[in-house]
Design a protein around this ligand. Structure first.
Ligand code: GTP
Ligand code: MG
Length: 170
């Protein structure tokens, strides 16, 4: 089979949930406390070696601000994978994440691998969304779910690795 896979990946989710921070952690191994809000979208690429394959992610980090919502289809159409991000300390962001899942499942391609990321898992004392609640939702909707922390570098490489494993092979 093909040992080099290119995958377009899009991050979607409410403003401030940590989409850019997850990408910065994955691509550069860095975290900043005062990450600027994304305008439009930003592009990154990163390669992962998985067994004898190389997966090159072409990553679109979209802006969570509502005024950019109409741009989103440009990024999720034709995407091999989507990471829908919410903030575990913000119930409203979980509700918004479910709306994104609905939109992708209705308007996107049926082959897009969808991951649900409950980010800011380092902020346990401020938690508003339980892992059980998110896991149940993910299972019912055919997604896979992980809690992540861009700050603590928890499950960041892992979520990209899990996506890479699930991408359809030629
Ligand atoms: P938009 O671009 O506006 O849609 O936001 P975003 O989803 O890209 O969020 P961004 O990465 O800009 O992060 C927003 C804020 O949350 C920043 O101040 C980050 O430092 C902080 N943040 C991101 N990830 C984490 C995390 O895992 N833990 C903690 N404690 N803070 C985080
Ligand atoms: Mg951003």
């Amino acid at each position: 089979g093909n040992k080099n896979i290119n995958a377009k990946l899009v991050l979607l989710g409410d403003v401030g949930t940590g989409k850019s921070s997850l990408v910065l952690r994955f691509v550069k191994g860095q975290f900043v406390e005062f990450q600027e809000s994304t305008i439009g979208a930003a592009f990154f690429s990163q390669t992962l070696a998985i067994n004898d394959e190389t997966v090159k992610f072409e990553i679109w980090d979209t802006a969570g601000q509502e005024r950019y919502h109409s741009l989103a289809p440009m990024y999720y159409r034709g995407a091999g994978a989507a990471i829908i991000v919410y903030d575990i300390t913000n119930q409203a962001s979980f509700i918004r994440a479910k709306k994104w899942v609905q939109e992708i499942q209705a308007q996107g391609s049926s082959s897009t691998v969808i991951a649900l990321a409950g980010n800011k898992a380092d902020l346990l004392e401020a938690r508003q969304v339980t892992p059980a609640e998110a896991q149940t939702y993910a299972q019912e909707n055919g997604l896979f779910f992980m809690e992540t922390s861009a700050k603590a570098a928890t499950n960041v490489n892992e979520i990209f690795y899990e996506i890479a494993k699930r991408l359809p092979r030629a």
